[in-house]
Design a protein around this ligand. Structure first.
Ligand code: FMN
Length: 204
């Protein structure tokens, strides 16, 4: 049987969410998945990006990462979406990508795919869960099956977020630590394993 296909689709302005996304990709690949690693389109004005050194640098660093298209969602057996927290919600860039999926939704193309989410954030109580839960709302309409990391691995008792990988970056001053990266790798692995089990069950 073919390997399970996973689309890791994220937005990151200053690179924190990107680092979690790479760890998720790593975990999924370690479990044997084929991964499409994709950023969503930047929407912010050029002046805003240039006025923030970290933002401009990260854009340059990831210039070769392919932009997500709807075909990536259609291709995937599992979709993992990531975004920085913006006022307790996903970034508009990710939302804009999601808002362009009406055609897929209308033909039921997203039904029965595995779905998971991750975020990064400035402060401890700044909205980890609220951002993740609002992303998970998308899954109900898309017809996906939510697979959160839960406490399904010992690393989750250290990372402490059963909803999805997340990291408190102090506005980008801190890069994801080993606990956050290990939890992100676990999330990628768990999603890959569950997607594989579902595919195998359907093939019976
Ligand atoms: C407009 C805006 C709104 C934000 N809202 C929140 C928030 O509600 N809670 C929080 O803790 N951090 C908030 N942040 C901080 C980012 O979520 C945080 O720095 C994140 O780690 C950045 O991720 P990135 O490096 O992938 O862009 C906000 C940042 C911006 C620019």
């Amino acid at each position: 049987m073919a390997n399970e296909k996973i689309a890791v689709i994220y937005y990151s302005a200053t690179g924190t969410t990107y680092k979690l996304a790479r760890a998720i990709e790593e975990g999924a690949k370690a479990a044997g998945a084929e991964v499409r690693f994709r950023k969503v389109k930047e929407l912010a004005p050029e002046e805003a990006i240039k006025s923030n050194e970290g933002w401009a640098a990260h854009r340059l660093e990831t210039q070769d990462v392919e932009e997500a298209v709807n075909g990536d969602l259609e291709w995937a057996d599992a979709i993992i979406l990531g975004t920085p927290t913006r006022y307790g919600l996903p970034a508009a860039q990710l939302k804009q990508f999601v808002d362009g999926t009406g055609g897929l939704w209308a033909k039921g193309a997203l039904n029965d795919k595995v779905f998971s989410a991750f975020t990064s954030i400035a402060t401890l109580h700044g909205g980890h869960e609220s951002t993740l839960l609002s992303i998970y709302n998308i899954a109900y309409s898309w017809g996906c099956i939510i697979v959160a990391p839960s406490y399904a691995d010992p690393i989750q008792f250290q990372a402490g977020n059963p909803y999805g990988a997340s990291f408190t970056s102090n506005n980008g001053a801190l890069a994801p630590d080993e606990t956050a990266l290990a939890a992100a790798r676990f999330q990628g692995t768990r999603v890959a394993n569950i997607a594989r089990d579902l595919l195998a069950g359907r093939a019976k």
